[in-house]
Ligand binder design. Structure first.
Ligand SMILES: *Cc1c(COP(=O)(O)O)cnc(C)c1O
Length: 471
């Protein structure tokens, strides 16, 4: 096998077809039908700057997904490369087991404690969101065991929630297609329905529906007994489920129910943390004070793999009373921590989150909403720098397509790609979560490319006879 030397410019990498063949021969892609991809060939990204990606054929795309919801400060920030190089030279690795620590982990934990709301003052590090949520399962169960209530083991989560891809975190998640492979969910994790008004709200008003869906949590606690339920976990806005923005009534009711029944609240802030909703954390946008927060993605803007759990004083104190038999080789990895610190410095000093809240998120909201007049679009909504639109064959009825869910979504996604716009589809819902540094001019470009893609998708869908509502 020939070896690939790292290309420094798009002019000196092997041709796309060769890269695709080598990729297909040896690389198993996540969440991908690899045989299918091998036939088609992967799109190979060679570099990025700001909000733009360049592929191996030289095409330039706007990345309206910020990678996988993570490149909050945008691509190409040299300061992060410098921070990584500096840390690698000084101390590339040391662990935080066995009574040792190091400067980057200390400084990052302290910074996160200062940024996180209320008494979320303690950080357990992981390499990403999945690991952090596995930590959370064990934290919650160990916490209640140490409080003399080992039977408070059940964690309630939501259908269409996404909490990661390990056995524990995917069990917390509510993705049927993931549970169908590998024997999930693990025991003592149960799911309730999401506050997905557009597809599931029927004749109810969004506000009444938000209350009704929150009260499913109370009903589930009653069914199981509060003495068996340890925690409820949820994303402030559901991301991978389709950017499902809850009605305003939802979170206050969840907050009341958790408090009344002595249930820990875990906010999975992996997407909503670090500015995506115009606040440091989505919990602040919704006025909630969780006991534990999951963080990853925007923590380092994706420049290095790092995540963690931010834990409140009381839970940390109870857990700290004896040895917590848990940890990862890379918990608090010094290079990742140094990169995260530099990322947080940039977010703070350049007032990027303030700008999202006061300027760019309102700009995106009004621009995105204009797409709702398109004949293929049933709703176009956003919160902060997360936006979604429902594709529908019948706007008035909030109808689903008769075709297999995702058929029309994928057609639209492919037309977006063809128009140099990275947008994602979840079933027949289109979603974006651009870098937080996107400018109004680039938001305009996203909207005009999206509109063109919608026109093309509409023509294809009509021609194939797919503008049919499900019975
Ligand atoms: C991406 C994601 C995770 C999983 O994070 P990984 O770093 O992929 O393990 C967990 N929760 C949410 C809300 C996510 O979006």
């Amino acid at each position: 096998m020939s070896t690939l030397t790292a290309p420094s410019t798009i002019a000196n990498h092997p041709p796309t077809a060769e890269l695709q063949a080598r990729d297909a021969a040896h690389h198993m892609h996540p969440f991908t039908a690899n045989a299918d991809l091998a036939a088609k060939g992967a799109r190979i990204i060679v570099r990025a700057d700001g909000v733009r990606l360049t592929d191996s054929d030289g095409a330039e795309m706007i990345d309206a997904m910020a990678g996988l919801w993570c490149v909050n400060i945008g691509y190409g920030r040299n300061e992060l490369a410098e921070a990584a190089a500096r840390q690698m030279r000084e101390l590339p690795y040391y662990n935080t087991f066995f009574q040792t620590s190091h400067v980057p982990a200390i400084a990052l934990a302290e910074k996160l404690a200062a940024l996180a709301p209320g008494d979320l003052n303690h950080v357990f590090f992981a390499s990403g969101g999945s690991e952090a949520n596995d930590t959370n399962i064990r934290l919650v169960r160990h916490y209640w065991a140490r409080k003399g209530k080992p039977e408070k083991r059940v964690i309630i989560s939501r259908r269409l929630g996404y909490h990661g891809s390990s056995m524990g975190s995917a069990s917390l998640g509510g993705m049927a297609a993931m549970h169908a492979q590998g024997g999930m969910p693990i025991p003592d994790i149960v799911h309730i329905d999401p506050p997905y008004w557009y597809l599931e709200g029927g004749d109810m008003t969004p506000e009444d529906f938000g209350i009704a869906r929150a009260r499913q949590l109370e009903a589930k606690i009653a069914e199981l007994g509060a003495d068996r339920v340890g925690a409820f976990i949820a994303e402030p806005v559901q991301g991978a489920g389709g950017v499902i923005i809850p009605p305003e009534s939802y979170w206050p009711e969840i907050k009341r129910i958790c408090a009344e029944h002595d249930i820990l609240l875990i906010a999975d802030e992996v997407i909503t943390g670090f500015g995506r909703l115009g606040h440091w954390f989505g919990s602040e946008a919704y006025g909630i004070q969780p006991h534990i927060m999951t963080i990853a993605k925007g923590l380092s803007s994706g420049y290095a793999p790092i995540g963690g759990s931010i834990v409140c004083d009381e839970v940390a104190e109870v857990i700290g009373g004896d040895e917590f038999n848990h940890g990862y080789t890379y918990s608090g990895h010094p290079v990742a921590a140094a990169v995260a610190l530099e990322n947080l410095r940039i977010l703070e000093e350049e007032r990027i989150i303030d700008r999202v809240r006061t300027d760019t998120a309102p700009y995106l909201a009004q621009a995105w909403a204009t797409l709702a007049d398109h004949p293929l679009v049933g709703e176009a909504v956003s919160r902060g720098m997360m936006a979604s639109m429902a594709l529908t064959p019948d706007k008035g009825a909030r109808a689903r397509f008769a075709s297999e869910p995702g058929t029309v979504g994928q057609i639209c996604r492919d037309r977006c790609f063809a128009n140099n716009l990275v947008m994602r589809h979840v079933a027949d819902r289109m979603i974006i979560a651009p870098p937080l540094v996107i400018t109004p001019a680039d938001i305009d470009a996203v909207i005009s490319r999206a509109r063109k893609a919608l026109d093309e998708a509409h023509a294809i869908v009509t021609e194939r006879g797919l503008m049919q509502a499900a019975a």
